[in-house]
Write a protein that binds this ligand. Sequence first.
Ligand SMILES: [Mn+2]
Length: 219
Amino acid sequence: MHISNGSVIINGRAIRHTERLTLMELSARFDEALVFASRLHAQQLRKGSAIPYISHLLSVAALVLENGGSEDDAIAALLHDAVEDQGGDATRQEIFRRFGPRVGEIVNGCTDADTLPKPPWQARKDAYIAHLQTATPSILLVSAADKLHNVRSLLKDYALVGEALWQRFKVGKERTLWYYRSLVEVYNARYPTPLTTELTRAFHELEALVADSPPPGNK
Ligand SMILES: [Mn+2]
């Protein structure tokens, strides 16, 4: 693919250029990751819905490509929940073997628990937020794209079910919102890009929507 001039988005930033530029073409590795992710998550649904889980992985991969991610970043986006939700360390090893260490390290950086039972929620989330302080741009890109798609799903589902939405979350409304607020802060500090701006806007929309709503049955 070639384009002659103008601006391109590279790693989340608009770059002006005047020379011919060779843009990325996705290879058979990407196709392999698509099928691998689809099979791995075939039995999984999105939280509190009948939506096949692959929809989330396709959306996160699309956001990564739209925001200047590389092929490795996009493959990692397709596989970012594979270790956590589908097989733990055995799946991690298969990802390293099939897609290489660059993809494997991004998936590791997007995984907050790979043991069952998972460690306690607060310690796990505190550790994940701390880890983002030193995470690579690729990890920040995939992680922020993941959270943007989750916040968009929350906005859509809140319109459907209202405050009952929070029953899907082990720790309920306030701590779930705290987690997203903390992540948005880290992305803004470490990865100030249009993707982060969009995530921040969507999260503020969610906060405004749910502010001061009483819990269900408490009106
Ligand atoms: Mn995810």
